[in-house]
Design a protein around this ligand. Structure first.
Ligand code: SF4
Length: 360
């Protein structure tokens, strides 16, 4: 039960986002949708994307066996440079320049990535007498990503929010980097106003989230052609009588899209959605984690509310560090409650990454 008496998902966009992430982790895919082959596992992350676009919530539907094998490479994400190394590392010792495809940028950066991959224990390297660095793989990088779903969270989907969201979602649909795009909004007792949905592209799905943090489908999305070339909308005219300018587009080729999708999935795997504890102040004596029907949510005992990530920061006027005694004798977990909360969230994150506890 919320200390505020319930309805935590209504409180702020941040809490709504956490509630959507927790729901997706326990209940994806939404009832009544036919996504994947039915046995996929959902890895959920928040606030990740590409250089140009960041999504509130990302769900990666994973092949269970592939996901378990991904654990060989550790919890941390593999960025594009490391992916280039681990995906092309050979079974037998080979000079790295012979083993890896020409990256299209200077080899010295590849060499740095090879060393970084070796430091992380995801490939093996050795130096020959001629000073050449050879590389050998430890594991085949698995095919673990089935589908990627992007969700935009708009708890208050009123007319102006829907109008602002429409062009953004049109861009998502045009580039088709995600297999599906959705808008999640709060349940208002009835269905979402048809007039609001009119501003949202027909390809985007709509989820309504109730006060308990459960979501239902109000509008089914269309699967987007992720393997086809995408269209990147760079600029579009505002329209109207005075605006005769032309829209500007460029194409996103399927290889670029496939690479970006894998980088996105890696980011989701490594970051998850619980990293808010890294920027908030669980080390404040007033910080709590409350167990709501919508899931665990941060709570401030001093302000008697669920604070946003921005409020609960070092600049908060009511911040008070944990008393030192909490960090020693009286507290059963070393490091005090703040560290304990971080460890709890970290354990929960690892539990969603099968095989990781044993291997990483
Ligand atoms: S007092 Fe400020 S820093 Fe402490 S938990 Fe509350 S919001 Fe966070």
């Amino acid at each position: 039960m919320s200390p505020t008496g319930g309805g935590a998902v209504d409180d702020s966009e941040f809490l709504f986002e956490l509630a959507v992430c927790q729901w997706a982790e326990r209940a994806w895919p939404p009832a009544g949708t036919e996504t994947g082959d039915g046995d996929s596992v959902a890895v959920v992350a928040r606030q990740i994307g590409t250089k140009r676009r960041r999504w509130d919530t990302v769900v990666v539907e994973c092949d269970p066996e592939g996901l378990a094998l991904r654990a060989n490479f550790g919890l941390d994400e593999l960025d594009s440079d490391l992916l280039h190394v681990v995906r092309n590392a050979p079974a037998e010792w080979t000079w790295y320049r012979d083993a890896l495809p020409d990256p299209g940028y200077p080899w010295r950066y590849v060499r740095e990535a090879v060393h970084e991959a070796a430091d992380r224990g995801v490939v093996e390297t050795r130096r020959r007498s001629n000073n050449r660095v050879e590389i050998r793989r430890k594991w085949v990088y698995p095919d673990w990503v089935e589908r990627i779903v992007a969700i935009e969270n708009k708890p208050d989907l009123d007319a102006s929010a829907a109008r602002a969201l429409g062009p953004q979602l049109e861009r998502d649909v045009a580039i088709s980097l995600a297999d599906e795009v959705w808008v999640a909004t709060t349940e208002t007792g009835g269905t979402v106003e048809p007039a609001l949905i009119e501003d949202v592209p027909v390809e985007a799905g709509v989820l309504t989230v109730d006060a308990a943090g459960d979501a239902a489908v109000s509008w089914h999305p269309r699967s987007l052609p992720v393997d086809d070339p995408g269209t990147r909308i760079l600029e579009r005219p505002a329209g109207g009588d005075r605006d005769a300018s032309a829209a500007r587009f460029e194409y996103a080729d399927p290889e670029w899209k496939a690479d970006k999708r894998l980088e996105l999935a890696e980011r989701a795997y490594g970051r998850g959605w619980r990293s808010y504890a890294d920027t908030m102040r669980p080390d404040c004596r007033h910080f709590r984690l409350t167990d709501e029907s919508a899931g665990f949510l941060p709570y401030c005992a001093a302000k008697e509310c669920h604070p946003t990530a921005g409020e609960c920061s070092g600049s908060c006027s009511e911040f008070e560090p944990e008393p030192p005694v909490w960090r020693s004798g009286d507290w059963p977990i070393s490091g005090g409650p703040g560290k304990g909360i971080k460890r709890l969230l970290e354990r929960q994150r690892r539990r969603q990454r099968p095989e990781l506890d044993e291997r990483a």
